[in-house]
Design a protein around this ligand. Structure first.
Ligand code: GLU
Length: 604
């Protein structure tokens, strides 16, 4: 069991949580969540104190940032199993202190070979099947990339084997963790569909009930699965008995008798698992002010869209002296960048993505000419063609943005050598497909619902339709920012398609509006993704900025509820590298009950 430094007593509020108050609920202390830590010798910021501690323990034992990132991610698979785990995928961005280079791994899930562009269409009507039915099905399950990502990252850049990196997570799965409010709330949100799947009910509804806050949840099946990976390596997921179990769960979802829904069978074969490979990719690169921004290249749209947004904003001086204009420009820049993202982004193995063009400063300048300081662009705005410079200024009408989900987890690590990792991983929805692999202790993703089910308009270019072996487009935006060639920030967020706007807004808050990193993370968010209305958090809607922005034509709606009763956008985890070798680890302070920032040697 990892040791958490300080503890506080869990407050188990029977009334609010509707637990059985008659019987005394076991109540163990929950680990403290600290949103800021400053110090040296390495740092971790993640959404969960157990997971951050796992990374810190590895750093203290002499491991590097990559080792710590894998240990933290594996622990998140235990304590945040609805957001991430070996049943999913993600993107790993790494700064190597020795070479000064940023490298990345694309560990995105792939579609099985039997997947076709029309897989998500109803054969009877030719129309997309209801989104919910796609999520809760074997059809949405992509070949997991996370186990292979961990192994490849450790082989390339780590100092310990996978077996050691999995150690803290194995103990955590075996000994259990203390259930907190957020875990219970996420289980409650998923309760109905979890009840439809026998092994998911068994694992996450102990005794048939929602897990009680303050009780201990153990996952011996996952401990055994991690031990198998420790012995055999990641290949245990892609070959042999575990691979066969995954395929069986996908093809014949283990639906409970009398379930309130059916789960469509999926298309995955063992050959699909055997064929999986992680794709090493050049990072995206752009500049902003005096900074170099490195991000994730396609198949994620994160790097190009954050980069294009900043390239547009780079044409303006933004400052806290005129917050309203700064926010107006931020909203207009993401509106434009999203029009281009939706037109061009897809798996680069299947579609030509003009990555360099989208990231060129000239294209950003070209697109910036659309922005008026006194008016708001109409959405959906048409995309421009970065292959033809100077084509970007006429506005035009584009396609409505596709639907995308709101889950995932982000973590950042650094070490005393100066290496840095920014890693976002996911199983897509909170709770993924809802399908737990029987006896194996983990949920399978529903990442393939990130494909567009059909072209936005018949005949329109559709770079993100399903295809055999294809990676669905992602919004994940793990980012590393350098200043003068040295790490300045590492940052990322969950939140589906709002990830990109969250990363961009936090960077603008910090770099342009002079907010400290913790304040930049905490600030109320608004997310404009080429829609008529900008989704915003309540605190943003309540701020004086809103009325001033509305006078410029901006329109706002409350963001849809996601992982809590209060609609929230994203949950940033970040590091800032300070002068003299110190690092500030910063985690989300409030959203999703807050994350956990830790350093190896706290500053006195
Ligand atoms: N599937 C999403 C993506 O790759 C991430 C999951 C989420 O945050 O909802 O963009």
């Amino acid at each position: 069991m990892v040791t958490i430094g300080k503890t506080v007593l869990a407050v188990a509020c029977c009334a609010a949580l509707a637990v059985a108050c008659g019987s005394p609920a076991p109540s163990e202390p929950q680990p403290v969540r600290s949103p800021v830590a400053v110090g040296s010798d390495g740092a971790v910021s993640s959404v969960n104190p157990y997971a951050s501690q796992a990374g810190i323990d590895v750093l203290k034992a002499g491991g590097n940032a990559v080792d710590a990132a894998v240990a933290t991610a594996a622990a998140l698979g235990v304590v945040e199993p609805y957001s991430a785990g070996i049943g999913g995928g993600g993107y790993f961005v790494y700064y190597d202190a020795r070479t000064g280079k940023v490298q990345t791994l694309d560990g995105r899930e792939t579609a099985p070979a039997a997947m076709k562009p029309e897989t998500f269409l109803d054969p009877a009507t030719g129309r997309p099947i209801p989104f919910d039915q796609a999520v809760n099905s074997g059809l949405s399950v992509g070949v997991p990339g996370t186990p292979a990502t961990w192994e490849q990252a450790l082989r390339g850049w780590g100092t310990i084997p996978l077996s050691r990196a999995l150690d803290p997570a194995i103990r955590l799965a075996q000994d259990g963790f203390v259930v907190g409010d957020q875990f219970r709330a996420e289980t409650a949100m998923n309760e109905q569909r979890f009840r439809a799947v026998t092994p998911t009910t068994q694992l996450f509804l102990p005794g048939g009930e929602l897990p009680v806050v303050g009780s201990r949840l153990r996952n011996p099946d996952l401990a055994a699965t991690y031990r198998l990976l420790a012995q055999e390596g990641a290949r245990a997921v892609y070959h042999g008995a575990l691979a066969e179990d995954i395929v069986r769960a996908v093809q014949q979802p283990p639906v409970a008798q009398g379930a309130d829904r059916t789960f469509r069978p999926g298309l995955m074969q063992t050959a699909d698992l055997a064929a999986y490979t992680v794709a090493p990719r050049e990072p995206t690169h752009s500049t902003y002010r005096d900074l170099d921004i490195y991000g994730m290249a396609p198949s994620s749209s994160g790097g190009t869209t954050v980069g294009e947004t900043l390239n547009i904003l780079g044409n303006y001086q933004l400052s806290s002296a005129d917050r309203v204009q700064a926010l107006h420009h931020y909203l207009e820049a993401t509106r434009i960048a999203y029009a281009d993202r939706n037109r061009w982004l897809g798996d680069p193995a299947f579609t030509t993505v003009p990555t360099d063009g989208l990231l060129s400063p000239e294209f950003g300048k070209d697109r910036a000419c659309l922005i008026s300081p006194t008016a708001t662009l109409a959405s959906p705005l048409a995309p421009a063609d970065p292959n033809h410079p100077a084509s970007g200024c006429p506005a035009g009408v584009g396609a409505a943005p596709p639907r995308e989900g709101p889950s995932t987890t982000h973590l950042v690590t650094s070490d005393r050598q100066g290496n840095v990792v920014s890693y976002t991983l996911t199983i897509e929805q909170t709770g993924g497909s809802g399908i737990t692999v029987p006896g194996r202790g983990f949920l399978l993703n529903n990442e393939l619902t990130d494909f567009d089910f059909a072209p936005s308009t018949p005949g329109a270019p559709a770079p993100n339709l399903p295809g055999a072996g294809k990676r669905p487009r992602s919004s994940m935006a793990p980012t590393i920012v350098l200043r003068g060639g040295k790490p300045f920030l590492a940052i990322g967020s969950p939140g589906g398609s709002t990830i990109i706007t969250t990363v961009a807004q936090t960077l603008v808050n910090h770099i342009d509006l002079g907010m400290s990193l913790p304040d930049a993370i905490a600030a109320p968010r608004a997310s404009q993704r080429n829609s008529a209305n900008t989704e915003a958090e309540q605190a943003f809607l309540d701020s004086p900025d809103r009325a001033a922005l509305e006078r410029l034509g901006q329109r706002f709606v409350l963001a849809p509820p996601t992982l809590s009763p209060l609609p929230q956008i994203g949950a940033v985890e970040a590091l800032e590298f300070l002068d003299g070798g110190a690092v500030q680890a910063a985690a989300e302070p409030v959203r999703r009950t807050g994350g956990s920032a830790m350093v190896v040697t706290p500053r006195p």
